[in-house]
Design a protein around this ligand. Structure first.
Ligand code: FEO
Length: 173
């Protein structure tokens, strides 16, 4: 049985993950509008990943007998000016998500809820990857700039990203 505090935090995290999905979809739209379909693809895959993260939390709450309580999803930030601006915001956003997951982890440890801790372990590693991916792309864009051939080469590369179902959502996981 999940404690009230942990159930509330997990439910809020579901909404935060769905907001992340919404945010990355908005970012994808900017890239589609600015003729960078590979970047748009990368962001759409990112949006799918975030929905998958929400579902991992959803399944976990449900398995522990908790009632899912979905919150309102805010309008995502928009009005982006450049690709660099978008990836800087992506880095900021992922760092907020990491803090949020770390806070739930602290709560789970405090309450000796080891099952929740075990589920969060996956997210702790995932966040290292999420932050590293966003930082790497921000670094690349900063180096190559937004005009010229290099950005189109990177766009081509990002067009190859495909969604892979995260391990906790695989059958039998
Ligand atoms: Fe669900 Fe990008 O963290």
């Amino acid at each position: 049985m999940l404690s009230k505090k942990i159930l509330k935090a997990l439910n809020e995290q579901i909404t935060k993950e769905l907001y992340s999905s919404y945010l990355y979809l908005q970012m994808a739209a900017w890239f589609d509008h600015n003729t960078l379909p590979g970047f748009a693809n990368w962001m759409k895959v990112q949006a799918q990943e975030e929905t998958a993260h929400a579902m991992i939390f959803y399944n976990y709450v449900s398995e522990r007998g908790g009632l899912i309580d979905l919150g309102a999803i805010d309008k995502p930030t928009s009005g982006y000016k450049t690709a660099k601006d978008i990836f800087a915001k992506t880095c900021e956003h992922e760092s907020l998500v990491t803090s949020s997951i770390n806070n739930i982890m602290s709560l789970a440890i405090e309450e000796k809820d080891y099952a929740t801790k075990a589920r969060l372990d996956w997210f702790i590693s995932e966040q290292v990857e999420e932050e590293a991916n966003a930082a790497e792309l921000l670094g690349k864009i900063t180096r190559i700039g937004e005009e010229g051939n290099a950005i189109f080469m990177l766009d081509k590369d990002l067009a190859t990203r495909v969604f892979v179902t995260p391990a906790p959502l695989m059958p039998g996981a």
